[in-house]
Write a protein of this length. Structure first.
Length: 441
């Protein structure tokens, strides 16, 4: 890999944008993605032929572009999205990974899963109905997940005669709501996914709209600034000790850089052990690098023979993360068995797992009004602030600053199902009680 490219990620020739679709049932999320893929020439001939066969089998009068993402039989039969569907496509300007997420309230957990890695969210609104409960719900979740960019896609404009007044009224209504959220950049685009207006090509039916098409916005939105290059974090996933060849004395620590940059000579410390050394070499695909940055997968060779194992995190001595056995997190509950105070679980954070207990539930968020409601439990698809007590300390940054070190999942001890997903909160902005030994883990 070109070293100049590594030193400045923003100059990468082709960037990768991850985005997700959100909105109510029947707002046209799957149709929009199908239209985006079709009009940008991102589907193959055999895929188009499969759409034609599905048209004949289901008795549709036209090819249903939503079937490009609605792959489950139940989805096609009911005309809804149930599970998250991922699609990959590219243009000369950018590569894309899109997560088409369901709109039903009962599948909120699926929406959280699909949006958790996104740089941008498409919030679809039916022009006939305006801003709905799910519009507000998904926008609030996108804000909680730290998604910095949002495109308000006002769809089905063909069904309201491409009315400029209706478009502007919806924009004003949504603006009053999103000002309460932590979303940096919001763009509003009137469109018809069914007909293709303002998806890839400019609409001839809405000459009054002078903004970008959806594809143009996706290709131009600035995402390099979303990379956290200020907090170098390297979770160790594997220890490399070749026993033959020219590298038989090599001892390297392999993993993916979660955030920040590392270069030869940097003084580092491994947490939670506290062992210190300096970076001697950086290896990637048998090449030696002078510098590496997130999200590269590399191996670090240190100057000293120190004992570091899987689960430890290598960080610079002068830029330390938080370290605590008691943390607060915003948790989205994903299991039919409610989360309750005092319950024990397994917590997975970066490449580490540890036992944890629910020490307290501060509140549950009313996603529609953004109000905080007192509760003693979190039910399926609910989101709330939770205090966790862990058996071993977590090394973390708050989620808003660093997604990689700020996220966690909660696992049931018996079934080993993932029952919750959490976003860690900066302790400086929370009122954590002092550590006690009330709970044994």
């Amino acid at each position: 890999m070109n070293l100049n490219l590594q030193r400045n990620p923003s100059k990468s020739t082709v960037q990768l944008l991850r985005f997700t679709t959100c909105g109510s049932v029947d707002d046209g999320k799957s149709t929009l993605i199908g239209r985006l893929l079709f009009d940008s020439k991102a589907i193959l001939e055999d895929q188009f032929q499969a759409l034609k066969r599905a048209k004949l089998m289901l008795g549709d009068s036209e090819v249903n572009l939503a079937n490009l993402t609605d792959g489950l039989r139940a989805e096609r039969e009911q005309g809804i999205t149930i599970d998250v569907a991922y699609r990959y496509f590219s243009t000369p300007k950018r590569k894309f990974i899109v997560a088409d997420t369901p709109g039903h309230v009962q599948y909120t957990r699926n929406m959280v899963t699909g949006a958790s890695t996104a740089n941008l969210a498409l919030i679809l609104v039916d022009a006939r109905k305006g801003v709905s409960e799910q519009t507000r719900r998904h926008s609030a979740i996108a804000s909680l997940l730290g998604i910095p960019h949002l495109a308000l896609c006002i769809n089905k404009m063909d069904l309201v005669n491409f009315s400029r007044d209706i478009y502007e009224n919806i924009c004003q209504e949504f603006s009053a709501f999103h000002k309460k959220l932590e979303i940096k950049n919001v763009a509003s685009i009137p469109m018809s996914a069914l007909l293709g207006d303002n998806v890839v090509d400019n609409s001839k039916n809405m000459n009054w709209y002078k903004g970008q098409t959806l594809l143009s916005f996706l290709e131009s939105v600035k995402i390099s600034s979303n990379l956290n290059l200020d907090k170098p974090r390297f979770p160790v996933q594997w220890i490399i000790r070749p026993d033959c060849g020219s590298h038989n004395e090599l001892r390297a620590f392999a993993g993916q850089i979660a955030s920040g940059t590392f270069q030869i000579g940097d003084p580092i410390i491994a947490l939670p052990s506290g062992r210190q050394s300096r970076i001697k070499n950086i290896l990637m695909n048998n090449d030696y690098l002078k510098l590496a940055f997130a999200p590269m997968s590399i191996s670090l060779v240190l100057e000293d023979e120190i004992d570091i194992g899987r689960g430890e995190i290598i960080v610079p001595k002068e830029n330390m993360p938080h370290l605590s056995k008691e943390v607060e997190a915003m948790v989205c509950w994903m299991n039919e068995t409610p989360l309750k105070i005092g319950r024990k679980y397994i917590l997975k954070h970066t490449s580490r797992t540890t036992k944890t207990v629910i020490k307290d539930i501060k509140y549950r968020i009313n996603i529609d009004s953004l109000k905080e409601n007192q509760t003693q439990t979190l039910k399926l698809n609910e989101i709330g602030k939770v205090v966790l007590r862990t058996a071993s300390p977590l090394i973390y940054d708050c989620y808003q600053d660093n997604r990689s070190l700020g996220s966690l999942i909660i696992i049931d001890e018996v079934t080993h199902e993932t029952v919750g997903a959490g976003m860690l909160i900066d302790p400086q902005n929370s009122s954590l009680p002092p550590e006690t030994s009330d709970y044994s883990i």
